[in-house]
Ligand binder design. Sequence first.
Ligand SMILES: NC(=O)c1ccc[n+]([C@@H]2O[C@H](COP(=O)([O-])OP(=O)(O)OC[C@H]3O[C@@H](n4cnc5c(N)ncnc54)[C@H](OP(=O)(O)O)[C@@H]3O)[C@@H](O)[C@H]2O)c1
Length: 265
Amino acid sequence: MALETASASTTVLITGASSGIGSEMARQLASRGHGVTLVARRADRLEELAAELAERHKIAATVIPCDLGDAIARAELIEGLRAGPALAGLCNNAGYGISGKLVGNDPDRERQMIELNVVAVHDLTVRVLPGMIERGTGAILNVASTAAFQPLPGFASYAATKAFVLSFSEALNAELSGTGVSCSALCPGPVKTEFATVAGSTMMEDSLPDFTLVSADEVARQAIDAMENGSRTAIPGMANQVQALLGRIAPRSLVLPLAGRISGH
Ligand SMILES: NC(=O)c1ccc[n+]([C@@H]2O[C@H](COP(=O)([O-])OP(=O)(O)OC[C@H]3O[C@@H](n4cnc5c(N)ncnc54)[C@H](OP(=O)(O)O)[C@@H]3O)[C@@H](O)[C@H]2O)c1
């Protein structure tokens, strides 16, 4: 088992725990007895969640406010972890999207998104892996998206960041075979969180049928199952599994216009 049995001497670090899928993963890990380390920028939300989880599940919940898009803040976070409990798991969940055609989007915001969705995921993974391998146990979960399976006009850079996360995680899953450590890619389709508002997208209301929606609660459950089983990928929802398959095998000449129509671009 990649995610070891919950113990008072270990913790699972969840980035982006102040909202959406990250908050749900924290709740469910805590309900399974895991100590949790909650990371995001909004400290007030993290403190509130930590207090709720510690009270309800009698686990240790630690809060580390951090802008993961800032390389210095990230280095301090990683350094600070040395003094804490061993990491049983790392959920690289923090991320956001930017909708709209690339020309017209804010170039700085685009770069910051790549720093968070790609560089921070890579950085945290690379830095925690040696400790996990030394202990012979550990589970990394990187949150990709069904947007990873094909280019997505209207979300060009976002989809490319998630393609990185998927490719990186799948390769690592194979590289880590036999070490006791696993790396899984979680590929959610549309989930009602703050994601659409932050991305400036009305795609969920305008063009996605309800049957493609999966709740944050269900996505989190499948994420933690993937960590426990050391699965290579988890794609919550049948419709999303079909979309992922088509994204992988269908000719780009068919996929690109369809994807653009769904995203409204
Ligand atoms: N919802 C969907 O439809 C969907 C679909 C596929 C994949 N995903 C992926 O799922 C993950 C979670 O998204 P969500 O849907 O739960 O969205 P969300 O509700 O907007 O949550 C995003 C989380 O990321 C954190 N975050 C953003 N920028 C950060 C930064 N610079 N430093 C640290 N934390 C930061 C936010 O916290 P603060 O603002 O407090 O920092 C928040 O906790 C993302 O990687 C997203 O790309 C979402």
